[in-house]
Design a protein. Structure first.
Length: 136
């Protein structure tokens, strides 16, 4: 996989944060967990249940050393979001997300979740917060 970074951009690879001082093209020659800075959601931006789920999956990529805790948080958050989802398409996509995460393919799960942001946020009457472990 090849990608280009601009000066000052960051990339997260296997839990390490790398930054570049000038424009550079990188090639990953083997499997690695990575996330480009442009795909990173800040905690303050996790304002909806779907964005909160994205944040949890993102944490699995950025902090692989905390995978056990991250998977617990993912299961709780995924269950909470799935319980409140009413659209069949969203439910099907959430199942895909779960499959990707269980298979260690968190980046693919993030891509699916990004497609759900607009669909869920435009149809949601309010942007209520789902707290893992307290949904019912």
């Amino acid at each position: 996989m090849r990608f280009s970074l601009k000066a000052g951009e960051r990339i997260f690879i296997n839990g390490a944060v790398l930054t570049v001082s000038q424009k550079v093209t990188l090639s990953l020659l083997n499997d690695a967990r990575f996330l480009l800075e442009s795909h990173v959601l800040q905690l303050a931006e996790a304002t909806t249940p779907m964005r909160q789920l994205y944040f949890v999956v993102q944490s699995l990529l950025i902090n692989p050393q905390e995978e056990e805790k991250g998977m617990i948080a993912f299961r709780n958050m995924h269950q909470a979001v799935s319980m409140v989802a009413t659209d069949d398409h969203v439910k099907a996509q959430l199942e895909r997300v779960e499959g990707f995460v269980k298979a260690g393919r968190s980046f693919e799960a993030l891509k699916v979740l990004r497609t759900l942001f607009e669909a869920c946020e435009s149809s949601a009457p309010s942007q209520s917060e789902v707290v893992p472990g307290k949904a019912a």
